[in-house]
Design a protein around this ligand. Structure first.
Ligand code: ADP
Ligand code: MG
Length: 239
């Protein structure tokens, strides 16, 4: 993984909201097959970076390359078709629909009916949701909804999966379950960039960590590098 080709490359990326510089001069390389974590205190600009990758916001400066091509002017839907998938911080499930219906919507790029059913059954199994297939999503626990969302995020076989705080609000058991799931998805060849602030969780997963602080890249390295970096410890203690 260490020397594999970059899938995503941010060069000097910035984003201003009026007078606020939310993201500033960020360089970031995500390599094929990597499980890469973006951490940093609240308001550091992490979610804004995801939104620029997805096309929800355009960068104010700099360039984002995906598989060597600039994402500028590429519509959200086209980015999705090119294999970029996201699980946002706010839930993106359809609460009034069933688990099955949610997965069917998410897997809509699977054209044949048979393949679609197989895909949905696979996701139900993989995400521990088979017994909840016909359940209305609003009746699911927080953790079950998160699992469903993860299923929806990989339903179209993405190349690059972005996860924004996938275990936020979860207990230890659910966190463990999602952690194993992320490893499994990554082992299946999907490159993952995830955002979190729980060091324990990050330690269990990430190969490569980038720390963001006040919109800027603050540190980068393996989880060991980051945990032994006194400056990183300081910005976290300062919270
Ligand atoms: P993080 O995900 O690291 O907690 P965000 O990327 O959500 O941080 O936010 C970075 C900064 O940008 C924060 O100060 C936030 O208030 C601001 N911000 C984010 N989105 C918007 C927006 N749509 N309009 C104005 N300010 C925003
Ligand atoms: Mg955020």
């Amino acid at each position: 993984v260490q020397n594999s080709e970059p899938i995503l490359k941010l060069s000097n990326v910035g984003k201003s909201f009026g007078g606020l510089r939310a993201v500033d001069e960020v360089d970031l390389v995500i390599r094929k097959g990597e499980l890469h974590c973006l951490i940093g205190p609240n308001g550091a600009g992490k979610s804004t970076i995801f939104k620029m990758i997805m096309g929800i916001f355009d960068p104010s400066d700099g360039q984002i390359l995906y598989k060597g091509k600039s994402l500028a002017h590429m519509k959200k839907w086209d980015r999705f078709k090119e294999g970029i998938s996201i699980k946002m911080q706010v839930p993106g499930v359809f609460g009034d629909l069933t688990v099955y219906e949610n997965l069917r919507i998410a897997a809509q790029r699977t054209y044949s009916k048979k393949a679609l059913e197989e895909k949905i059954n696979y996701l139900l199994e993989e995400f521990n949701l088979t017994h909840l297939k016909g359940e209305t999503v609003n009746n699911l626990s927080h953790g079950q909804q998160q699992s469903l969302e993860m299923g929806m995020a990989i339903a179209n076989d993405p190349t690059l999966l972005l996860l924004d705080e996938p275990v936020a609000g979860m207990g230890p058991e659910e966190t463990q379950f999602i952690s194993n799931l992320i490893k499994k998805i990554n082992n299946n060849g999907i490159t993952i960039l995830f955002i979190d602030h729980d060091m324990e969780f990050v330690r269990s997963l990430a190969q490569q960590v980038t720390v963001l602080h006040l919109g800027k890249k603050f540190a980068e390295g393996t989880i060991e590098d980051i945990e032994n970096n006194e400056k990183v410890v300081e910005i976290y203690l300062g919270q």
